[in-house]
Design a protein around this ligand. Structure first.
Ligand code: SAJ
Length: 431
């Protein structure tokens, strides 16, 4: 892209690092900055700190080519792309401290004519109020002298590289000139269509996308609860309803995890209580799915004090990512109610639990099952799809909570199990 040779990527996480590597592959000189020693040490040794194979291969290639370098120190450049986390605080308000400190560290290195892009999911107004205001320096007007944009990432973990390369992008400029420049940058290394708009509309569009998904998953979970009470199988009903050409009900499950969907609706709710009851209720429904599964298991005979096997720590199938996963909610409840547990996951090796609850992770399914009285299927990992009753026969109380509809229920009930499927009535050998 004309006028841009060197790009600074601030934040080398699951979005910043692959973006930096793809920019380097397109021929830019990319300097990545992160505050995390482990990430920088790893990259400086030529390795990739992220496990996704395609990401690891483009990152290693970019490091080897010399077009990508990483360190803890900021440098000057023609363009800056900020990809730092924007979590919520325990009171569900946006925690923008990492964006603020990124801007603070960049400010002395941002010179007239620079293109500055925020990719982190953020409340409406952040680009103007935090980025532009933070870069207002003596003699430098952020709107006149810089080109500042909000261009949200849209990656789906597990498919990161192809999502960055091929998804359409929303490119929101503080000015039309800024938007046109950012559009040209994305066109130079991605083949999705960049669509220009204002920074505020771009911020809102990202929040709308993930809130749409959260509310629709909550609706599926309410449909599941109604089906459980009405002794109907929600999956069958969803399949029927989805034959309507304008209906597409999503899948109920044990709740909504990940670092995006359980967080982003709160950025719209904050300061807008009177308008956003639907969004708050949807969050509460999705957050209480794990509790509903446990309540149903107790009603079906699961006793407190026993040991349960939790199958799946990841928030989504075949990923190693356990952030905000429904299993976190279940573990906290099991701890409160006096259970012990073992958590099986083929990919997750670490969980950052709130409140000091120990996940007791194992990658050995037989170990998890042989020690347990009952099981909760929390993630739709492919390995659980083929589970047979024989595999679970060692469990004492033979209760299996199927939070993802992975089991062929009849073969389990024939073998004496009680199955508690999300969205369908409890099934046991008796009836
Ligand atoms: N889930 C259900 N039922 C469904 C679909 C999903 O219970 O029918 C659950 C999943 O099991 C998971 C959670 O919802 O626990 C979230 O998963 P997800 O598949 O909705 O997506 P994420 O969180 O991995 O990624 C989302 C994506 N956003 C949308 O699909 C609108 C992704 O494109 C975004 O880039 C990402 O958030 C992000 O970074 O914001």
């Amino acid at each position: 892209m004309p006028g841009v040779k060197k790009i600074i990527v601030v934040g080398l996480g699951y979005v910043g690092l692959p973006t930096a590597a793809l920019l380097a592959r397109a021929g830019y000189d990319v300097h990545g900055v992160d505050i995390d020693d482990k990430i920088i040490d790893c990259l400086q040794n030529g390795d990739c700190p992220l496990g996704e194979p395609e990401v690891a291969s483009i990152v290693c290639e970019a490091l080897e080519s010399g077009h990508l370098q990483a360190s803890k120190t900021m440098e000057t450049g023609d363009a800056f792309i900020i990809c730092v986390p924007t979590p919520i605080r325990p009171d569900k308000t946006a925690d923008l401290r990492m964006v603020e400190s990124a801007v603070k560290s960049m400010a002395p290195f941002v010179t007239k004519g620079a293109l500055v892009i925020l990719e982190s999911t953020s409340p409406i107004g952040t680009t103007r109020n935090v980025i532009a205001d933070g870069l207002r320096q003596q003699g430098l007007d952020p709107v006149e002298d810089l080109d500042i944009c909000y261009c949200p990432e849209r990656v789906f973990p597990g498919k990161t590289v192809s999502e960055i390369l091929h998804n359409d992008r929303v490119v929101g400029g503080l000015t039309p000139r800024a938007a046109e420049r950012a559009k040209a940058l994305y066109e130079s290394f991605c083949d999705g269509t960049p669509v220009t708009t204002s920074a505020e509309s771009a911020e809102y569009s990202k929040l709308m996308e993930n809130t749409f998904r959260d509310v629709n998953i909550a609706l599926a979970n309410v449909f599941a609860r109604i089906a459980e009470e009405a002794s109907v199988d929600v999956q069958e009903v969803i399949n029927l309803a989805n034959r309507h050409p304008r209906v597409q009900v999503l899948s109920p499950g044990p709740g909504v995890g990940g670092h995006c969907i359980p967080v982003d609706p709160w950025f719209l709710i904050e300061g807008r209580d009177a308008l956003t009851g639907l969004l708050r209720t949807s969050r509460e429904i999705n957050d209480s799915q794990a509790e509903r599964l446990l309540d149903r298991a107790e009603e079906a005979g699961l006793s407190r004090g026993t040991k349960v096997a939790i199958l799946g720590a990841a928030y989504r199938a075949d990923l190693d990512d356990a952030r905000e996963s429904p299993t976190e909610h279940l573990l906290s409840l099991l701890s409160e109610r006096g259970y012990s547990w073992v958590t099986h996951d083929p990919y997750v090796t670490h969980m950052h639990m709130h409140g000091g609850v120990e996940p007791n992770l194992t990658a050995d399914l037989d170990v998890a099952i042989s020690e347990a009285d009952a099981a909760f299927i929390m993630t739709d990992h492919a390995v659980y799809r083929g589970l047979s009753p024989e595999k679970l026969l060692k469990m004492k109380s033979r209760i299996v909570v199927d939070g993802r509809r992975m089991l062929h229920d009849r073969s389990f009930t024939d073998a004496g199990f009680t199955i508690i499927p999300v969205g369908a009535p409890v099934m046991s050998a008796k009836g």
